[in-house]
Ligand binder design. Structure first.
Ligand code: AKB
Length: 316
């Protein structure tokens, strides 16, 4: 990666990836982009920034040309719960945006990173330690766009030789920017509420396991995969990656070690609960470990220490 365009850079991953890549590759070599220009945003104010709506192919092409971009990290996407609230929009944003990015990548010869998700699996996939290659019949629109996206990226690699790569992210936990509209978001909200109110009502039921990962590991996975030797990549789009698997009561118990008064209770949202139940409890990420050395640093205990410390510093 030499000159990187990030789409959806104002979101949960993009806002932290922008800072991370600016440190590694230099501020002038990272071009975050989004559909708004919010005031006071570090993404907008601490380096280059462009307005790019990924549903507008011309805007993507103009930006790639202007900065001589060689890599596009395509993060602009709707998540699972908002996707169920508006499936038509989720299809247009997720598939239309990806198609445009792939076409521009083809025209200008860019490498492309696209995140897939645990949502690319469904109720007929193996539930525990879901293998890299398994049945993929998701039951959400978000999941449908993720499987279609994986296939489309494979197609552009095989048909046009485009250097497409991706991972299937689990729920991502971070303290910089809140996630918007996901099913795994409870695992972020719980830390904020633990510090603010010493209690949290989870919209996901006790006993519901999902894979999760702390943001620093997610950022490393993107850089590691994009810098990996292409001759070693058998799977390309998209690698299972995970760092931990837990249910709401486990994160609550971990928080309680630091905030003894903290209590969890449950106010279950049937839509997000059904989505969670359709996903794997845990993924097998051996292919990523073998093909490009994936090895996450954080588990639930170390993540909890860091999350609480960072949120306290932010004085949320
Ligand atoms: C969501 O919950 O929709 C996302 C995801 C697992 O892809 N965090």
């Amino acid at each position: 990666m030499k000159k990187v365009l990030i789409t959806g850079a104002l979101g949960q991953i993009g806002s932290e990836l922008t800072a991370h890549l600016r440190k590694i590759y230099g501020t002038d070599n990272v071009v975050p982009s989004g559909r708004r220009t919010p005031q006071g945003s570090k993404v907008v104010e601490e380096g280059l920034y462009e307005l790019v709506d990924t549903e507008n192919a011309q805007q993507i092409a103009d930006t790639v040309k202007k900065y001589n971009i060689d890599t596009i990290i395509h993060l602009a996407s709707m998540l699972s719960a908002t996707g169920e609230a508006n499936p038509a929009k989720a299809w247009n944003v997720n598939m239309g945006g990806l198609y445009n990015v792939l076409e521009v990548g083809r025209e200008f010869g860019c490498a492309i990173f696209t995140p897939s998700s645990i949502a690319a699996f469904g109720p007929t996939s193996q539930k525990v330690k879901t293998p890299q290659e398994d049945i993929q019949r998701p039951t959400t629109m978000y999941g449908v766009t993720k499987v279609a996206g994986e296939l489309l990226c494979d197609y552009y690699y095989k048909r046009f030789g485009l250097d497409t790569r991706g991972v299937r992210f689990p729920g991502l936990i971070s303290y910089e920017t809140l996630p918007g509209g996901g099913t795994t978001d409870y695992a972020v909200h719980i830390y904020y509420e633990a510090l603010k109110h010493k209690k949290y009502a989870s919209f996901i039921k006790a006993g519901t396991y999902m894979d999760m990962m702390y943001m620093p590991d997610a950022l490393d996975s993107i850089v590691q995969l994009m810098e990996a030797d292409p001759s070693k990549l058998i799977h390309r789009n998209a690698f299972n990656v995970t760092a931990m698997s837990f249910a709401p009561e486990h994160v609550a118990a971990e928080i309680k070690k630091h905030i003894p008064e903290f209590e969890i209770d449950y106010d279950v949202d049937p839509i997000r609960q059904a989505i969670a139940e359709s996903w794997p409890d845990s993924l097998d990420d051996n292919a990523a470990r073998l093909e490009w050395g994936w090895n996450p640093k954080y588990d639930l205990a170390s993540m909890t220490v860091d999350m609480l410390a960072k949120l306290k510093e932010k004085q949320i």
